[in-house]
Design a protein around this ligand. Sequence first.
Ligand code: ARG
Length: 562
Amino acid sequence: MDYKQLISEKICSTVELEVNFVCGLLEVPPKPEMGDYAFPCFQLAKTLRKAPNAIAVEIAEKINKEGFEKVESLGPYVNFFLDKGVFTKNIVEKVLSEGDSYGSSDFGQGKNICIDYSSPNIAKPFHVGHLFTTVIGNSLYKMFNFVGYNSIGINHLGDWGTQFGKLIYAYKHWSNEEDLEKDPIKELLRIYVKFHDEAEKDETLEDEGRAYFKKLEDGDKEATELWQRFKDVSLREFKKVYDLLGVDFDSYAGESFYNDKMDVIVEELKNKKLLVESNGAQVVNLEEYNMPPCIVLKSDGATIYATRDLAAANYRKNTYDFEKCIYVVGKDQSLHFKQIFKVLELMGNDWAKECHHVPFGLVRFADKKLSTRKGDVIFLDELLAESVAKTLEIINEKNPNLENKEDVSKKVGIGAMIFTYLKNSREKDIVFDWKEMLSFEGETGPYVQYTYARAKSILRRIGEGSGECDYTLLSSKEEFELAKSLEGLQAAIFQAIEKLEPSIVTRYVIEVSKAFNKFYNACQITTAEDSVKNARLKLVSATTVVIKNALNLLGIDAVEQM
Ligand code: ARG
């Protein structure tokens, strides 16, 4: 039940106001003594030509109080106190009847949302920053789908550019199939670094690299086969990480996909007189908008990253007719996206305003050993494996007899990493700290997982609560606060997609877990009288549904025991 809507309608039957306007004014008071919702009357003084306090008194007197414990005026406010029993009954029954779909909606039906996320570079390691975009993107993907949109997950692989010419040269000189097969990304990284070391001594190498890239662009058989091979082995490695994380994409159209789709864009830019020459390069001047020019063709006529993004945006609009196109990419590319969106707008595409860059912060390491491995890259698959191993150690200590420990450690260990990334607003930097991240206490993934498992174990032990329930028996502060927290899932999801900020749901699930643990400490279940026990079990059961749904939206699997 949407209480804000209900209250607004009730208010509007006492005074002549718009329901939506009233709904927008309703507040949640800071203290429970002031009720569950409050309606401030300041803004009405003019329209209704009365003092705010008098308006509050009048509304409180006239209003239909059904479903409320009381409605009273306090100064210029009307305070609403929900009837706790009715409220709890409504929410618990709703959660239990809707189950997995509780919190969902058909709001976005018929609308497509493109989400460009993860998008690592071929032949380079999948690093901690790519994990950030991967988990944010994956979570937004799920949230948009949950409220009815059709999300399209796009992995805009970095699979084109001069670096592939260098790699082909390096491979032909310093590597072979066997070494590549053994540990693809490390081998490709090794020869790429070697290329740069050698190029410092021998300038002609850069030309060699360029020549190979030209061959690749011209469709040379050998060059294309090697490039395809690098791409295949890299993707195979990336997919291992995606499998661990449970992430998938609808499209792997990377940069190379746009090779034959850039000419028309360049042509269009020319026709619209947007291209100018600058030091031999073709650029779109953006001085007027306080930005450096957007380079479209380099002086040798080659296209670049930006050219491919212009083509990609057009392709996506034509193919998916998106309502929004979201780019989950690090802060350091903010200027790039501002330029791209501006050029799209100058080309006359009014949909350019529906393109959004979703930046995020940096990842740092609290553990000195990790941060001082200078020059050495941290491999994400190793990091994930370490998280799982460390979780297993903790579980071995806390619950040595647990069945399927491996599976549980995997879900909890990986969930803990995802949770860490999604816990704070995305533009904040992350300090990676094993101890904090894996702790069962505090605002962590394992804490929420543990809360869920604990609730599940209560239901296994005592039962799910059967038959008719008298929810008026759940009148304590803790029970009511828990029920209230369960109501907020959908609002949290809508806020999260509005702000493109999954952390709103993460914070939400932390609050639900805290409310549950307070309830569990304050209220006996086993020894309670049958009727009370029944109602409490239903409340526990509803809590598990909400936590599980919220965790799913973050891309985390809940575990039944831990
Ligand atoms: N491959 C790029 C990188 O790793 C990210 C690509 C983001 N998406 C895009 N459409 N530009 O930095």
